[in-house]
Design a binder for this molecule. Structure first.
Ligand SMILES: [Mg+2]
Length: 295
């Protein structure tokens, strides 16, 4: 089963949803309008033992990551988290469930997003953690979608790309919530599309290009490599960076008040697809450069 094909299947069948659904499947969060005209961001995310972390990893780090990567999708929409729910499937005899839920609760609180409910089930197979979160869009900018990149925009990333898995940093990620809110404040209508780099800069930039109906061109020499990353073509395919990739009309500030650097890594053109220009002048297709979670 190919993840892209599965997602396409889901998206095709999501047309014609109720009018309250402002944004359906296919972005980092859904956007649903409730009574009174308030928009909510909704997202859910799974963390699977043996897939997203190694068996035997400290449950404190596992619980924190499960919450943090879910809230990274709220950040990707420019939103603020409101509350979250957690569900866990564990093996019979698993005796660290207390520690797991304590870690999720502590992480959620630290990100300003109280854990307000959950469920636990016993089954054979690996531990699976599912965290779902509700967020509020930025009050001025509104939800920041993948579909709002325009030709002429600059493509930017926060932080650095690559090396997150090999170094173990992926377990200690901090979702870029503060940076996302600040980008909305600072750039307003100059902020175009945004996504969090979870599966690889190549395929995530490709998703922005596809959603926006534009072509994204990344400059290999401009990509800021994370500690432990040496090869840019590998770095853009690794994923687990949880940085923000966004497009900007005009130059962005060089860093956020949190200290996170902001780097221009490419540009948006009319056309389709996502490519990277290498130092020797050659151009490679990178829209498929990333991690397929179903593989
Ligand atoms: Mg995402």
């Amino acid at each position: 089963m190919d993840e892209s094909a599965l997602l396409a299947h889901i998206y095709e069948r999501s047309a014609g949803l109720a009018g309250a659904v402002r944004v359906g499947p296919g972005d980092d969060c859904a956007v649903v309008r409730v009574a009174g005209g308030t928009d909510l961001l909704l997202t859910t995310d799974q963390l699977v033992e043996g897939r997203h972390y190694e068996p035997g990893t400290d449950v404190g780090r596992v619980g924190r990551k499960a919450v943090a990567r879910c809230l990274s999708d709220i950040a990707a929409m420019g939103g603020s988290p409101v509350a979250c729910l957690a569900a866990a499937t564990v093996r019979a005899g698993f005796n660290e469930a207390d520690g797991l839920f304590d870690a999720m609760r502590a992480a959620a609180s630290s990100f300003g997003c109280p854990l307000v409910g959950g469920d636990i089930a016993i089954a054979r197979g690996p531990t699976v953690l599912t965290v779902s979160a509700v967020g509020a869009p930025h009050p001025g900018r509104g939800p920041v979608l993948r579909a709002d990149a325009r030709p002429g925009d600059l493509v930017c990333v926060t932080g650095a790309i690559g090396g997150a898995v090999a170094s173990g940093r992926h377990l200690d990620l901090t979702p870029r919530l503060a940076e996302a809110a600040w980008l909305c404040d600072e750039l307003g209508a100059r902020l175009g599309a945004m996504i969090d780099v979870s599966d690889g800069l190549g395929c995530d930039a490709g998703r922005v290009a596809a959603a926006s109906g534009v072509r994204v061109v990344i400059d290999a020499a401009a990509v800021p490599l994370g500690v432990g990353a040496t090869d840019v073509r590998a770095a853009i395919a690794e994923g687990e960076d949880y940085e923000l990739l966004f497009t900007c009309r005009g130059a962005p500030p060089p860093s956020a008040p949190t200290g996170a650097p902001i780097t221009v890594v490419g540009r948006v053109e009319s056309g389709a697809g996502c490519v990277m220009t290498l130092a020797d002048g050659s151009i490679v297709d990178i829209a498929g450069a990333g991690w397929d979670h179903t593989g």
